[in-house]
Ligand binder design. Structure first.
Ligand code: B16
Ligand code: MG
Length: 214
């Protein structure tokens, strides 16, 4: 019987991938690198600095910048991203999410957030749903990012539920691997592409029957 729900944010609760894309593209173009939407898929679920490293490698500029310069580039990208996030409202919550977290709360099933995004608390505030989550893992406190299970294990610890009684929701391949390695049941949200390693794949959370989970 399920006792806890652990959600990724970008791509599961809200579709911010396009904002990340616009912000990274602006920053990349300023340093003479271009990439398309297909390349952008590779940036899903991975951290800000790992995203920059992939972009630099794509543009054959891996060795051009010092660590300090890279940090400054990620800060500039985040500034562009935060400007775009100003447009976000509760209308941007993806279909089925609100119903699921409301019902979980009504049934005393704790919910947590396991997102690689350092902006997760800000985004949840803007969506007006932060209060539904008992815990939000701070990715800065982790030793390893997805696909390592650490982020989902930490979320389970915060809500005091053993991992095998948790369900994880993810839209990225690295995220599904993280959930499976944590020993949880993995539900893949496949709006953007297949997730073969998921235990159950859905196009959106409207397909989740809350009663079949509890
Ligand atoms: P930030 P998720 C991830 O969120 C995004 O999918 C990924 O594209 C982004 O690089 C990462 O967050 C870090 O985001 O720059 O806001 O800290 O899918 O794990 O919720
Ligand atoms: Mg995601």
């Amino acid at each position: 019987m399920t006792k806890g729900l652990i959600f990724d944010l970008d791509g599961v609760i809200v579709d911010t991938a396009n904002y990340h894309y616009i912000a990274w593209k602006k920053l990349s173009n300023e340093i003479g690198i271009d990439f398309d939407k297909e390349f952008n898929h590779l940036l899903k679920g991975i951290s800000r600095i790992e995203s920059l490293e992939l972009i630099l490698s794509h543009g054959n500029k891996s060795d051009v910048y010092s660590a300090d310069e890279k940090k400054s580039l990620t800060e500039t990208k985040n500034k562009y991203y935060l400007e775009l996030l100003n447009n976000i409202t509760p209308k941007d919550i993806l279909p089925g999410v609100l119903d699921l977290i409301e019902q979980a709360n009504n049934n005393h099933i704790p919910c947590a957030i396991a997102s690689a995004s350092e902006n997760a608390p800000t985004i949840l505030e803007k969506l007006g749903i932060k209060h539904y989550f008992k815990a939000i893992v701070d990715p800065k406190t982790l030793k390893k990012g997805k696909p390592d299970p650490e982020i989902f294990l930490r979320a389970a610890e915060f809500i005091h539920i053993p991992p095998h009684l948790c369900i994880g929701f993810e839209d990225s391949i690295a995220g599904i691997q993280s959930i499976k390695q944590a020993g949880m049941y993995a539900i893949g949200v496949t709006a953007d592409g297949p997730l073969p390693e998921a235990d159950l794949a859905v196009h959106s959370l409207t397909e989740i029957d809350i009663h079949s989970l509890f």
